[in-house]
Design a protein around this ligand. Structure first.
Ligand SMILES: Cc1cc2nc3c(=O)[nH]c(=O)nc-3n(C[C@H](O)[C@H](O)[C@H](O)COP(=O)(O)OP(=O)(O)OC[C@H]3O[C@@H](n4cnc5c(N)ncnc54)[C@H](O)[C@@H]3O)c2cc1C
Length: 513
């Protein structure tokens, strides 16, 4: 906040702190530009904490013939797995085959998928016998099972990667502020020369000047485009995707299931994540854009019925531990009516006012998106030309000594500091909730070092309890509110408000009938 009070002229102001905006902040700071990122909620509060958690080329896009997107995403998959080993891992997937032709059809398709990854291959796909498929996926539907095809893709923790990107950008000199939204643009001679932002906590208003402004607000890009020109045509066609989380006992084993054709012709995944199983997703065109999208009844039923068709252990509404929904920022094109067929490529537009807008794409391709956006900004604003150098940039916390999934691994090298907090005060070594490995020390760390401002930031994005088990998250709210209040010198009113606000949000993650 002190930095934006100084009235300096920034090289680049980024609006939006999801995968795209944070990637841009890293890229711009690494090139040496003076960069400020403003996020109106918490980092990754939008789509970027609600993904399927795959670092992938997109087998589905291969079937659609979008080779360019698949090759680009496979390259980025390879870079991300190397640059953030503490937040990503290689995951085995299996497509079960119920006829012999399926085995060969998917086997050939996945061999092409692997060939396209070239030197960044994660390992060749394999045709599995019926016995091996049963061994690797013990609960898979046995009737008429002929075997399976196994292949490899990446798996990650989306909001933790977002925090690591924020910290990386900060390491290279960027300024990032959450809970500070952009409400207007400043113009000089019809060109954008800055933004007006409001601090959500103090309601203080700021005029911020910049040589270039990048709109990286995901499904909200049209709102910022309208600040520039109220008659701007809409760019985004939002599509909702829902996931259900269930106990690992319903889908044991370490492989993930890929159902290649659901009843609506899409793919569905069931994958192990933080000791539970995430199942999804859907593709539902929506007209309403909301910060807290809500799963539709028919989306929940769709996932339950498609998963149950392939699994011996049937799941029902009462087995769901958490439901979460996210909005895809799909870019409108004149010839697409179905969101399932809409392109997952990213799009950049430079408005007459020089406002740069970037949306679409995937988490996996955030680095390439950032590179393209920053290069455009540098050109438009006449900044000294510096090449992008993020391809091999190790992200904050980088370590090969901890495996993603181990206790505190998502913090990487920062885990040492969390352990030091526990040495100073043993009580911080206690868990926040008996069913989860999250420690009280993580609350202190999140407030002091990761800009967690409220209870939801901690339970939803610094740790993933809300996404993994909404009831456990509600049970933890008092402990987290108490500790955050002590750390931030907040009073009883603040605590009561936090408990009420979080409990209300978490209701939507419980699977209600
Ligand atoms: C269901 C689903 C599953 C997916 N699964 C995968 C997957 O497995 N792998 C993969 O690679 N990709 C996946 N994706 C795609 C990926 O999640 C998105 O492409 C990516 O997260 C988009 O990031 P973003 O930064 O563009 O948008 P967002 O994450 O939505 O970020 C935009 C941010 O802008 C902020 N904002 C809005 N207006 C303002 C303002 N006026 N001022 C300041 N800030 C503002 C918002 O609060 C928000 O935080 C999935 C998407 C969905 C919906």
């Amino acid at each position: 906040m002190a930095a934006i009070r100084q009235k300096i002229v920034w090289d680049i102001v980024v609006i939006g702190g999801g995968a795209t905006g944070l990637g841009i902040a890293v890229d711009a700071a690494k090139r040496g530009y003076k960069v400020l990122l403003l996020e109106k909620n918490d980092f990754a509060k939008g789509t970027s904490s609600r993904s399927t958690k795959l670092v992938h080329g997109g087998v589905r896009y291969l079937a659609q013939g979008n080779l360019k997107l698949v090759i680009e995403a496979l390259r980025e998959r390879g870079f991300l797995l190397k640059n953030a080993p503490h937040l990503t891992r290689v995951q085995d997937f299996i497509i079960p085959a119920y006829s012999y032709w399926q085995k060969w059809y998917y086997g050939i398709g996945l061999s092409i998928y692997d060939l396209l990854s070239n030197k960044l291959s994660l390992g060749r796909p394999a045709i599995l016998s019926k016995k091996s498929t049963q061994l690797l996926m013990p609960s898979i539907l046995q009737k008429k099972l002929r075997g399976g095809i196994s292949y490899k893709d990446g798996q990650f923790d989306d909001s933790r990667l977002a925090i690591s990107l924020a910290l990386t950008a900060h390491d290279y000199g960027a300024t990032l502020i959450n809970y500070c939204g952009v409400v207007g643009l400043i113009k000089k001679d019809d060109k954008v020369s800055g933004v007006i932002a409001v601090d959500d906590i103090t309601e203080e208003k700021f005029e911020i000047y910049s040589k270039s402004v990048i709109n990286a607000t995901g499904v909200f890009v049209d709102q910022v485009l309208a600040m520039d020109d109220p008659s701007s045509p809409h760019m985004v066609m939002p599509s909702q995707g829902v996931h259900l989380v269930v106990d690992k006992k319903f889908f044991p084993g370490s492989s993930a299931l890929m159902i290649p054709k659901t009843s609506d012709g899409r793919v569905l995944f069931a994958l192990p994540w933080h000791d539970q199983v995430v199942i999804g997703t859907t593709d539902t065109p929506l007209n309403l854009i909301s910060e807290e999208p809500i799963a539709l009844e028919e989306e929940i039923k769709f996932i339950l019925s498609n998963f149950n068709q392939y699994n011996e252990l049937k799941i029902c509404r009462d087995d769901i531990l958490s439901v979460f929904a996210g909005l895809r920022p799909l870019v409108k094109t004149s010839n697409t009516s179905s969101t399932a067929l809409a392109s997952r490529d990213h799009t950049i537009i430079v408005s007459k006012s020089n406002l740069i807008t970037i949306t679409g794409g995937k988490w996996t391709t955030y680095r390439k998106m950032a590179k393209d956006a920053v290069s455009n900004a540098a050109f438009v604003a006449n900044l000294p030309l510096v090449k992008c150098s993020t391809r091999h940039l190790r992200l904050h916390g980088y370590t090969e000594e901890m495996k993603y999934g181990e206790m505190l691994s998502v913090y990487g090298t920062d885990s040492i500091h969390i352990k030091e907090l526990i040495k100073e005060n043993n009580e911080l070594g206690d868990v926040v909730h008996p069913d989860f490995p999250y420690l009280k020390a993580e609350i202190v760390w999140a407030v002091r070092n990761e800009m967690a401002i409220n209870v939801e930031d901690f339970l939803a994005r610094r740790t993933r309890m809300l996404f993994l088990n909404a009831r456990a998250a509600i049970e933890s709210v008092n402990v987290v509110a108490d500790m955050m209040a002590a750390e931030m010198q907040k009073d009883e009113n603040w605590k009561a408000e936090q408990v009420a606000d979080f409990t209300e949000i978490a209701q939507e993650y419980l699977s209600k009938h």
